[in-house]
Design a protein around this ligand. Structure first.
Ligand code: ATP
Length: 948
């Protein structure tokens, strides 16, 4: 055991060059035992000594640096310039008045930075939580038991047990290897996987040549092995590289981010143009007399810029995505990047595996077809209660039963799974397909003794390309003769057989018998059963290792039909996906007929449909495959490389493709797909790393739920974009219209050199304070229209599309008119006889604009539906409206805020007037939506009915 030798776990516990030492030396030096591993206590102790097995992330920025980063925004810089201008004006004027403008802008800028900082931190926490959910695990031997642990707790001396698809968690010496091939590209750049062995390498070698070592960050492509860990964390080869590199290259921007950046650029250009125009107009019309006036004019320019840009947008976007991702995680869909949410919402094709995703992956052998008859097994699930009834075609029932016994015994020998019984419940460890044989074995009453007769020597693991697995056994009751037992896809296996077992005799296979066997397989598949064949061969010699060359001249034992019931939710999820215009394509390694029957049962295809097989794809060129994809949605007996071609073909026709996968070989397809979806339970580490979403429950329905969630989030993003941009449009048009009207019509009888309808501080107040809460609440708005009622958005569609642009301009225009009316009424007497005081007039305009925005948040919930549809379904929105209205009351009625923002208290009539004018935004939008709906009904009655 490890404990006694553990006191001296050398440097890295394995010596400096473990690849130059024999297994025994390395194991002894590491103070461990290959079969029993470390004790838990010892592992704990070593963890304390060596530290966690993690590649330390490049230093995270300290909080103050992240806070400072908030000021890098060009707009914030502009505001800092505004502060400087105000201060200059204040100094030039040389008054004793407090420079309120500068102070208020500075306070708002600070508030914005803190808000942004807090929101970013919150989003970062969400991402971190997701990472933890998807954290790497490792299988180790501890206290003589095989256990799964957090990869971060692996210590030098641990014995790692690795199998196909596992990511290697640390550096170590190979102590046991069976067909163990490891892809080391991340470390060495070598694309071909390396076959590993336990023999010492000779002389000095580079990492890529150390075939007796396995390295952190590489992955097992095939086979199995055990590794004694010699180095963890930053002491691994990967750690050495990580310390040299600046890890974590930035991800390229997503379409949404690009779109928002584009909008930002357009706004920037527009702002500069408008500001220049307005400033020029003012200079031309007004008589600018002194420096303070010049400063005032410049401030108008700055306020325009401030008006045009939705300052709060990026932070709100991040928070909304983070919240959405958390909601998805609660529904078992773990999205590893915030940006994937948006792609998910636009998925137009979901390519899915069958086994385990659409079906329950709960395998029960139901029927066995052998040379002399057919046998039916009763019972369900893994409970071995059940019996067998035999229908003989030739010979006695006993002879048929003996054939069945050999099929099941063979399948149980070429087997890595285990059947477990605890608290009255039967469960399995390992591959459910294999476990089905162990259950059938019990139903037949085959005793342990029968299996104990055979002694496993070596094996060739299952591989989804070959669709076969074999073991090399020694028959202890028959002169220790060696035999090969192979099981796998029966149609493939039959091709390797020359004989078949008839009443215990190996009988030569005729062409007719082959056809009959294939027909038998079809018969099973036609009943939606998963088929598997078993064969064997006695060997004359005694090979030490097993490889695929042994799989020839086999004796076919028979075929089993395994039932794997569809998941209860699968059919409903397929229906929902299809209703949402999303195509579901099944891509499976299973038999074509089994695949078709399952596809029909859960509604992927209606009635008869062609099935394309992997071998067919091989003969197709790109155009042929694209045609095939037009014809069918069921692909069977495919190998992982075909998945890649299918994804590429769909993408070339403009589809946004989600693709599921679990194996190592699925990684390229997962990476290429727009949304790679890995299986959380059965998926390999490699497939998880290649994906942007992990299904915690392996369930197809979860993918559809995640798409619906993604669409909902996307719709919400559009809601607050519509909301925020209308606000900015309203502000720009107000400023523009106000300044132009005042200067052109000579209305600046206000005692000021320039009459601006709103001050920069007012606009900042709206953009950063009163707009923020409703925008956030819109980001978590429950759906007004079911997001799955519509076909998927095309990848070319703009987020801020034509209709939204028109909406923004329309709403902005109504807002500006209402705001300027408020100003004008107060200034020139108008209806209620204002007193011409510019401060009161501005307060009115300011308040009208804020209230108009609060009305507008109800408009923004849907482009076409009335604001009164599910008006009260979002309590957050109402809360946000109350909060923002409260803030406005404060800025209008609290003395110090009056001073700071240049506002003055309003009386009830004035508030009522502001409210009335502001509500015109709601009225106008309702009228516009009404005509929009009428037009939609006329142009597309069907769609209108669906939507309602
Ligand atoms: P999907 O791609 O939908 O998950 P699948 O799991 O059925 O499909 P594979 O695992 O590649 O696809 O299996 C393909 C075929 O290989 C099966 O139909 C079966 O005949 C055979 N097979 C599956 N598992 C084993 C196994 N453990 N040993 C031997 N043969 C197997």
């Amino acid at each position: 055991m490890g404990a006694h030798a553990a006191d001296s776990p050398g440097p890295g516990a394995g010596g400096n060059e473990p690849w130059l030492e024999t297994v025994d030396v390395v194991v002894a030096r590491a103070g461990t035992d290959v079969d029993t591993g470390l004790t838990d206590a010892e592992a704990q102790r070593r963890l304390a000594t060596w530290g966690p097995n993690v590649l330390e992330a490049t230093d995270e920025d300290p909080w103050w640096r992240r806070l400072l980063a908030q000021f890098r925004d060009p707009l914030v810089l502009l505001l800092l310039v505004a502060i400087a201008i105000s201060l200059v004006a204040w100094v030039i004027e040389g008054t004793d008045e407090t420079p309120f403008d500068a102070i208020v802008i500075a306070a708002i800028v600070a508030a914005n930075a803190i808000l942004g900082f807090w929101q970013e931190a919150r989003a970062a926490r969400a991402v971190l939580a997701l990472r933890e959910m998807a954290a790497a695990r490792a299988t180790v031997i501890r206290d003589a038991r095989i256990v799964e642990v957090d990869a971060a707790t692996v210590v030098p001396g641990d014995v790692l047990v690795v199998t196909e698809g596992d990511a290697i968690a640390a550096d170590g010496r190979i102590v046991d290897a069976s067909m163990l091939r490891i892809a080391e590209a991340p470390l060495t750049g070598e694309s071909e996987p390396v076959l590993k062995r336990t023999d010492v390498v000779n002389g000095p070698t580079v990492v890529g040549d150390r075939v007796d070592m396995a390295y952190n960050g590489t992955a097992v492509v095939t086979g199995r092995g055990r590794i004694v860990v010699t180095a963890t964390g930053m002491r691994t080869e990967m750690g050495r590289i990580a310390s040299l590199l600046d890890a974590g290259a930035d991800e390229p921007p997503t379409p949404l981010e690009r779109e928002i950046a584009r909008v930002g650029r357009i706004l920037g250009i527009a702002v500069v143009a408008i500001a220049l125009f307005v400033i020029a107009t003012i200079f031309a019309v007004s008589d600018i007399s002194d420096a303070t006036d010049v400063v005032d004019v410049l401030l108008v320019g700055v306020s325009l810029a401030v008006a045009a840009v939705p300052e709060g947008l990026p932070a709100i976007l991040t928070v909304v995505l983070a919240l959405g991702v958390q909601r998805m995680a609660a529904r078992n869909a773990i999205v590893t990047r915030l940006s994937s949410v948006e792609t998910l919402g636009s998925a137009s094709v979901i390519c899915t595996d069958k086994t385990g995703t659409l079906t329950r992956n709960e395998m029960t052998i139901q029927r066995v077809v052998t040379a002399s008859g057919t046998s039916e097994f009763t019972g369900s699930g893994y409970d071995p209660a059940g019996h067998v009834t035999v229908t003989a075609r030739s010979g006695t029932d006993e002879l048929v039963l003996e054939e069945v016994n050999w099929v099941i015994a063979g399948g149980s020998l070429a087997n890595e799974s285990a059947l477990l019984h605890a608290d009255g419940v039967w469960t399995v460890r390992g591959d459910p397909t294999e476990a089905a044989f162990l259950v059938a074995e019990r139903k037949l009453g085959i005793t342990e003794r029968r299996r104990a007769r055979f002694d496993r020597r070596a094996d060739v693991p299952f591989d989804s390309d070959r669709k076969l697995m074999s073991t090399l056994e020694v028959d202890t009751e028959r002169d220790h003769q060696h035999l090969v037992v192979t099981k796998g896809a029966p149609d493939v296996l039959l091709g390797l057989c020359t004989h078949e077992n008839v009443h215990g005799e190996a009988t030569g296979l005729t062409a007719r018998r082959r056809d009959e066997i294939l027909a038998g397989i079809e018969g099973l598949a036609d009943d939606a059963l998963r088929t598997l064949g078993v064969a064997y061969r006695r060997l004359d010699d005694a090979p030490e290792t097993a490889d695929t060359s042994l799989e020839t001249d086999l004796v076919f034992l028979g075929t089993v039909g395994i039932i794997d019931p569809p998941r209860a939710e699968a059919a409903a999820a397929v229906t929902e996906a299809r209703r949402a215009g999303i195509r579901v394509v099944m891509i499976t390694g299973d038999h074509p007929l089994t695949a078709l029957r399952i596809a029909q049962r859960i509604g992927i295809v209606d009635g008869p449909a062609p099935v394309v097989r992997g071998v067919d794809i091989e003969t197709m060129d790109a155009a042929g495959l694209a045609d095939a994809l037009e014809q069918t949605s069921v692909f069977a007996r495919v190998a992982p490389e075909h998945k890649l071609r299918i994804v590429q073909s769909l993408q070339s026709r403009g589809a946004t493709v989600a693709m599921t996968g679990d194996g190592v070989n699925d990684a390229p397809a997962l990476q290429t797909a727009d949304i790679g979806v890995a299986m959380g339970i059965t998926g390999t580490d490699v497939s998880k790393e290649a994906s942007n979403m992990i299904l915690a429950d392996d369930d197809f329905a979860t993918i559809v739920a995640a798409v619906a969630e993604g669409r909902g989030i996307f719709a919400n993003i559009r809601k607050f974009l519509r909301y925020l941009l209308s606000s900015n449009m309203g502000e720009v048009l107000t400023m523009f219209g106000g300044v132009v009207a005042a200067t052109a019509l000579g209305l600046d009888d206000t005692g000021e050199a320039i009459a601006v309808p709103l001050l920069a501080t007012h606009i900042l107040w709206i953009n950063l304070l009163t707009d923020s809460a409703p925008a956030l609440a819109l980001g978590i708005d429950p759906a007004v229209e079911n997001p799955m009622d519509r076909p998927p958005r095309s990848a070319q569609d703009r987020v801020i599309d034509g209709p939204m642009q028109r909406d923004v301009v329309f709403t902005g225009f109504v807002m500006a008119v209402a705001t300027l009316l408020a100003l004008d009424i107060e200034l020139t007497g108008g209806l209620i006889g204002g007193d011409g005081d510019i401060v009161t007039a501005r307060t009115m305009a300011f308040t009208t604009l804020v209230l108009a925005q609060l009305f507008n948040c109800f408009n923004a919930r849907s482009p076409l539906e009335s604001a009164f549809v599910s008006l009260f379904s979002n309590p957050w929105l109402w809360g946000a409206v109350v909060l923002s209205a409260g803030l406005q009351v404060l800025v209008v009625h609290v003395g110090v805020l009056n001073q700071a923002f240049d506002t003055t208290p309003l009386d009830v009539t004035q508030w009522m007037l502001a409210l009335g004018l502001a509500s015109s935004v709601l009225v106008a939008a309702e009228v516009r939506k009404l005509t929009g709906r009428a037009w939609r009904t006329r142009s597309d009655p069907q769609r209108a009915r669906r939507a309602s």
